[in-house]
Design a protein around this ligand. Structure first.
Ligand code: GCO
Ligand code: MG
Length: 408
């Protein structure tokens, strides 16, 4: 069996999805996602210029060897751009393998460990009252877990993932449009003084059963993170996410010495070498990598297995920048992984997105149910794809009151 060609498409409804389609001499094709949010053209160019010309002629069934060949062969290893490109190839090859076997991918991993995978939604509000309304709307829809972010009184701008104005119960997504980043302000003191009380009020209003998550988005120093973690302990959070910048694998030691609050980290990691110490030293409780830019199924499965040996559960990244293809790859891993924790999921399944990526994966009452179709179980409509073009975007940047650049 041989790969005959592969094409890269960039575009989608409101997002620049990077979709790879790998064709074979047996008529079977595989699909993969290389969407690197706000840097989409980079993995697309790596695929088109270097990887696809080498892929043609290879046997798609040898997904492990192909992964090793591109990873080791690049010499300059890792990084989100390269790992997103290898990840898309890897997903497409697993998709082909599943179609050849006539099985959904979770069967190739070892079968189902659960019927459905719990997901969490994103609640947000310009202030605490608006956030409470947003949480209530997700609870009414049947969600068992909700991430909560709200505006901080006196903060120079809204704060991470917080709408400037009250958006009611509409899902809120940060606007990343335009090549020049918008600038947001940040005040650690105000955040630290306000957030523990706000989280406690949410717990008091919604009772003990709701799983409450909060994302600090890398904004605290290790000592501050330890102080916050201690302060929010009585709330009983499901997790506190990205309390410190993720580059430093030792940063969480201090927090761990002072608090038992569950910690989730890893959405910006792109290899096992970014999180091996965190996992082996049991400094975290949830690993947040994404198949999209952590080298696809082959590499993420290795991370999941290492995590399982150290009581670390999965909590894969599921921001709206992931196309339904990598969300499907994660749905198959979620169905199988013995150490599954939770899946991030945004209620954004628009008719336009469903038309571009038809699938039978479904969401019900805050649970995700994996499709039984062979392979990833997601298709790609090339005619629909013609409606979309690339439109550049950029993450906001953050500055402190004196102008110092901080972590977004
Ligand atoms: C999350 C993340 C995202 C990131 C986004 C950046 O927990 O979902 O923090 O919202 O900000 O993926 O591209
Ligand atoms: Mg996050």
């Amino acid at each position: 069996m041989k790969i005959t060609d592969a094409q890269v498409f960039v575009g989608g409804p409101g997002k620049n999805y990077v979709t790879l389609k790998v064709m074979t001499d047996q008529g079977i094709y595989g699909l993969g996602d290389a969407t690197l949010n706000n840097h989409e053209t980079l993995p697309a160019a790596y695929l088109r210029d270097y990887l696809v010309p080498n892929l043609v002629g290879m046997d798609p069934r040898n997904s492990e060897d192909i992964w090793q060949l591109f990873y080791r062969g690049a010499y300059f290893r890792r990084g989100p751009v390269a790992m997103a490109a290898y990840g898309a190839i890897d997903m497409a090859l697993w998709d082909i393998k599943g179609k050849l076997a006539g099985m959904p991918l979770y069967q190739l991993f070892g079968g189902k460990s659960r019927d459905g995978a719990m997901v969490y939604a994103h609640a947000a509000g310009s202030d605490l009252d608006a956030l409470m309304d947003s949480v209530a709307s997700y609870v009414e829809q049947g969600f068992k877990a909700v991430r909560v972010q709200c505006g901080i009184p006196g903060m120079p701008s809204a704060g991470y993932a917080v709408p400037k104005d009250d958006v009611g119960t509409t899902p809120y997504i940060t606007d990343f449009s335009g090549i020049r980043p918008s600038v947001e302000g940040w005040d650690t003191g105000r955040y630290m003084r306000y957030m523990p009380g706000a989280l406690a009020e949410i717990r008091a209003r919604f009772g003990p059963d709701l799983k409450i998550l909060h994302d600090v988005h890398h904004r605290l120093l290790p000592r501050e993170a330890a102080e916050l973690a201690k302060a929010v302990e009585p709330v009983g959070l499901f997790w506190l996410e990205d309390p410190t910048p993720a580059e430093d694998q030792d940063a969480l030691k201090l927090l761990r010495q002072h608090s038992t609050v569950p910690i989730a980290i890893g959405e910006v990691f792109n290899s096992i070498w970014d999180c091996n110490k965190l996992i082996e030293n049991e400094l975290i409780d949830f690993i947040r990598v994404a198949v999209t830019y952590a080298g696809g199924i082959t590499h993420v499965k290795r991370i999941v297995d290492l995590a399982a040996m150290h009581h670390v559960r999965t909590g894969f990244h599921g921001a709206p920048s992931h196309s339904p293809l990598s969300m499907a790859a994660q749905a198959h891993l979620n169905a199988w992984a013995p150490n599954f924790g939770i899946q991030e999921y945004l209620v954004l399944g628009t008719p336009a997105c469903d038309a571009l990526f038809p699938s039978e994966h479904r969401m019900e009452n805050g649970m995700m149910y994996v499709s039984d179709a062979p392979g990833l179980g997601v298709d790609f409509d090339e005619t629909e794809a013609e409606r979309y073009t690339y439109s550049p975007g950029s993450h906001p940047i953050v500055r402190l009151e004196d102008g110092t650049v901080w972590n977004y």
